[in-house]
Design a protein around this ligand. Structure first.
Ligand SMILES: [Zn+2]
Ligand SMILES: [Zn+2]
Length: 101
């Protein structure tokens, strides 16, 4: 059985608000914060477009749109100043060399 999608609503970037504002939830690449239009397509031809409500993050690599709330916050990592290994920022002591941070 074959399905042919001749119409549907898609999203299209109208304007990049902030480049590299987030991380793609699918492929992990940089995502831009964008204003977007919703586009209704029939037989692959855009027949109607209207502005989306809130800015979304858009991945340049896999063309995915997703709300900013789904993007993980930037990971803040600390490094031990004695052995230079990455440790959790809330650690009081380095788990590798035992130094106080
Ligand atoms: Zn992606
Ligand atoms: Zn250490």
């Amino acid at each position: 059985m074959f399905f042919f999608f001749v119409g549907g609503v898609g999203q299209q970037v109208r304007q990049v608000l902030k480049s590299g504002a987030g991380t793609c939830i699918r492929c992990g690449s940089e995502a831009d914060l964008v204003d977007y239009d919703k586009v209704l397509k029939l037989f692959f031809i855009p027949v109607w477009r209207w502005p989306g409500k809130d800015p979304l993050l858009h991945c340049r690599d896999c063309d995915l749109f997703f709300p900013q709330s789904l993007s993980p916050p930037p990971v803040s990592l600390a490094t031990c100043r004695f052995c230079d290994r990455v440790v959790e920022p809330e650690f009081r002591f380095c788990p590798f060399c035992g130094s106080s941070l």
